[in-house]
Design a protein. Structure first.
Length: 449
């Protein structure tokens, strides 16, 4: 399980901020999957869980989140999950929608997707985990949720359950201590070691203990088998070290060691993991090279990354699965200085998914980078016809930048003012103060020009 560095560092274009859309049926997390998800109705799911005496499994997702879409396209559709249908009541929540605001106020979400297993009797979180998962990783998560539901765990399992509960309560520092204790008490071959390390690193990140996170990734990784969990631990570790301030004396050494481990993970023999996870590891490696101001090294990794993504997209079973790779293809191509290389693919995504705002929003940014400003403005308009919620703020901000590039200052100012007015009307749980402040700063700078 993992969460992409775009969510960690906010480096990905059009990634990892909340939004709302009238999403097409094909993008719902339940879709034609193997589990009987209730869609976007927490009250109904909670009542059903209470009536049936079962814990509640919640998948919080968003249409802009490529990892969420990867889960939908490659995991939740796996028929091997069907045998677990009776273990929980299942709920998927599109956090772009206004009806999800109440859930987000009760259970704040920092990373997408985030999975919750909730005790419906007290609405207490038993397990909270952010990132993607394979079928086998999900099955371990199910077992951990049921163990916490029943109670009575001992040793490392008890510490893992305590960490999960603390993380669910929004106490990442205390959760990290429990996860670390679980690893210390567990035998070397403990089947939960990889999952616990990922939980520990995400909790340390959430507690802003970035140096401790990077060090733990290095310290604990030798005991984790060569697996998706090991790859995800390297992604978390690199993401954490990239958050360290430049003046931190340990930063460069930690970065070098984690980079070396990440290269080992990507080297043969190939680890079985979702393509989206492998792509996330490439992404942090690109950011690491940028941090070290190694332009040549950055482009070498970006070229390998883009080649990998193009190959994965070519064998995707359908347009929804293929579009999982669009945002990372775009970032890799921009890093290479070759935006035109991905334009045809994203234009195809817009044709294939006419109700999805992501392709025209991405095209707007690509066209602007290429100096095709009229096409950029038109693509922005197409995205605005479909997008609402906090994601609309990003599209409006990009539209204002296009108008400013065209020399249309008054229009650019008006667009930012529209974005700010819209931001003030959104539920607080679905737009951050940081987003509002960024828009205000941009508007002030634009007016001053």
């Amino acid at each position: 399980m993992r969460i992409h560095v775009a969510c960690l560092l906010a480096v990905g274009l059009l990634a990892c901020t909340t939004s709302r859309t009238q999403a097409p049926e094909a993008l719902t997390a339940g879709g034609e999957g193997a589990l009987p998800f209730i869609e976007d109705d927490y009250g109904r799911a909670l009542a059903e869980a209470k009536a049936r005496g079962l814990p509640l499994f919640v998948d919080t997702w968003a249409p802009w989140c490529h990892t969420c879409r990867s889960m939908k396209a490659y995991v939740f559709t796996d028929k091997a999950l069907a045998r677990h249908a009776g273990r929980f009541v299942w709920l998927e929540l599109n956090t772009d929608l206004p009806q999800a605001a109440g859930f987000q106020e009760k259970y704040p979400i920092d990373f997408w997707p985030t999975f919750f297993i909730i005790d419906p009797r007290e609405e207490r979180v038993l397990v909270r985990f952010s990132g993607s998962a394979t079928v086998s990783q999900l099955e371990k998560l199910f077992e951990d949720g049921e163990r916490a539901w029943r109670g009575g765990s001992q040793g490392a399992e008890a510490q893992l359950a305590r960490g999960d509960a603390l993380y669910g309560e929004g106490k990442p520092a205390e959760a990290a201590e429990a996860f670390a204790q679980a690893l210390a008490e567990a035998p070397t071959d403990w089947s939960r070691r990889g999952r616990t390390l990922e939980s520990l690193l995400s909790a340390l990140y959430g507690a802003k203990q970035h140096e401790a996170c990077a060090r733990k990734a290095l310290e604990e990784s030798p005991q984790v088998p060569r697996s998706a969990s090991l790859a995800n631990a390297m992604t978390w570790g690199l993401g954490c070290v990239l958050m360290l301030p430049p003046e931190n004396p340990a930063g460069k050494a930690l970065l070098g060691k984690l980079e070396a481990k990440a290269r080992e993970v990507l080297a043969p023999p190939s680890i079985e993991m979702p393509a989206d996870d492998r792509s996330g590891l490439y992404e942090v490696m690109v950011e690491a090279r940028k941090t070290l101001q190694d332009e040549a090294g950055t482009k070498v990794i970006a070229a390998e990354w883009l080649g990998f993504l193009e190959a994965e997209a070519a064998k995707a079973p359908n347009p929804e699965a293929r579009t999982v790779f669009d945002s990372h293809r775009m970032v890799a191509a921009l890093t290479l200085g070759e935006p035109q290389r991905v334009v045809p693919a994203i234009e195809q995504s817009e044709r294939d998914l006419p109700n999805d705002y992501n392709p025209p929003a991405r095209l707007s940014s690509l066209y602007r980078t290429m100096g095709r400003l009229e096409e950029a403005l038109a693509a922005s308009g197409r995205a605005l016809e479909k997008v609402q919620g906090a994601r609309r703020l990003r599209v409006l901000s990009e539209r204002s930048a296009i108008q400013a590039d065209q020399g249309k200052k008054e229009a650019a100012v008006a667009t930012l003012e529209e974005a700010l007015a819209y931001a003030k009307a959104l539920p607080k749980a679905q737009v951050s103060q940081r987003q509002r402040e960024a828009l205000e700063k941009k508007l002030t700078e634009l007016k001053a020009k």
